[in-house]
Design a protein around this ligand. Structure first.
Ligand code: SF4
Ligand code: F3S
Ligand code: FES
Length: 256
C-alpha cells in the first residue's frame, strides 16, 4: 500500500466566525476524503466537528463542500485529486454553521413539513391499492433520495439569497410535490388541494429556472430537473390554463 502526504485546507469556526486552516496529512491508497478528515481528528485536530454516520453514501449526513463543490465526504475518493493539489473542505454554504463542517440543516425539515402528505383514496384499504407499473416506476427514482441536501445547497435560488428561503422549498421538496402530484391514487384534489398550483403559489416553483445544478450534484443520480421539476412546471401551466382538463385526466386515470 502506498501513501503520501496531502495538503488539506479545512474551515474551522462557528456561528461567530472562523477561517481556513492548513494541514498536512497522510493519505493511503483507496481512501476517501472522510478517512482523511478522521485522520486529522485522530492526529492533529481532535475537536474538529464533522457529521457522518454510514460511510457508505446512504445516510446523507456527511455533506460538505470540497474545493467549492457540494459533495459527500464519504463518497469522494482521494484519487480524483492530483497529489500536489490542496484539497479544501468547507461546510455547506447555504445553511448556517454550527461548528467547523457541521451546519444547521433545519431549513430542509421545515420545508418538508410544509408539504401536505399523501391523501389515501376513500374506500380502499392498505394492501388494496392497485397501480400501473409505470406509475410505480416514475416516483421510485425520487424515493432513492438520501436527504443529503446537496441539491438544496447548490441551487442558486437560495445559495446566495437568504431572502428567498421563505418562499422557495428547493429542488428536494419540489421533487416531493411532483412525486405526490404524479401519484394516481393521491386524493388531495378531492380535499380541494391542487398540488401543482400549490407548488407554484406556496413552494416557489417559479423561482426555478431549470439550471440543473441540483441534478449535477445529486449523489443518487436522480434526474431532479428533467423528471420532477420540468413535468411539475408543465402540469402547473396546464392547470393554470385549463383546470378542467387536469381534473378530467386525474379522474380518468384513477378509474382506469
Ligand atoms: Fe441529496 Fe439527491 Fe436527495 Fe437532493 S435529491 S437531497 S441531492 S439525494
Ligand atoms: Fe435550482 Fe435545480 Fe431549478 S438548481 S434553479 S432547482 S433546476
Ligand atoms: Fe453517510 Fe456519507 S457518512 S452518506
Amino acid at each position: 500500500m502506498s501513501s503520501y502526504e496531502a495538503r488539506f485546507r479545512v474551515w474551522r469556526g462557528d456561528q461567530h466566525g472562523g477561517g481556513l486552516r492548513d494541514f498536512t496529512v497522510e493519505v493511503n491508497d483507496g481512501e476517501v476524503v472522510l478517512d482523511v478528515v478522521h485522520r486529522l481528528q485522530a492526529t492533529q485536530a481532535p475537536d474538529l466537528a464533522v457529521r457522518w454516520n454510514c460511510k457508505a453514501g446512504k445516510c446523507g449526513s456527511c455533506s460538505a463542500e470540497i474545493n467549492g463543490r457540494p459533495r459527500l465526504l464519504c463518497m469522494t475518493r482521494m484519487s480524483v485529486f492530483d497529489r500536489s493539489e490542496t484539497v479544501t473542505v468547507t461546510p455547506l454554504r447555504a445553511f448556517p454553521v454550527i461548528r467547523d463542517l457541521v451546519t444547521d440543516v433545519g431549513f430542509n425539515y421545515r420545508k418538508a413539513r410544509e408539504i401536505p402528505a399523501f391523501v389515501p383514496p376513500a374506500g380502499v384499504g392498505p394492501g388494496e391499492y392497485r397501480m400501473f407499473q409505470e406509475d410505480v416506476d416514475r416516483p421510485q427514482e425520487f424515493r432513492k433520495c438520501i436527504e443529503c441536501f446537496l441539491c438544496q445547497d447548490t441551487c442558486h435560488v437560495v445559495r446566495d439569497h437568504e431572502e428567498n428561503k421563505q418562499a422557495f422549498a428547493g429542488p428536494r421538496y419540489l421533487m416531493r410535490v411532483a412525486e405526490l402530484d404524479m401519484h394516481p391514487l393521491d386524493a388531495a384534489a378531492e380535499t380541494g388541494l391542487d398540488r401543482s398550483s400549490a407548488a407554484r403559489k406556496e413552494h416557489g416553483l417559479g423561482y426555478c429556472n431549470i439550471t440543473k445544478c441540483c441534478t449535477e450534484v445529486c449523489p443518487e443520480g436522480i434526474r431532479i430537473t428533467d423528471n420532477a421539476l420540468i413535468p411539475l412546471k408543465e402540469r402547473a401551466a396546464d392547470r393554470a390554463y385549463d383546470p378542467l382538463v387536469w381534473l378530467g385526466s386525474k379522474i380518468r386515470r384513477r378509474r382506469s
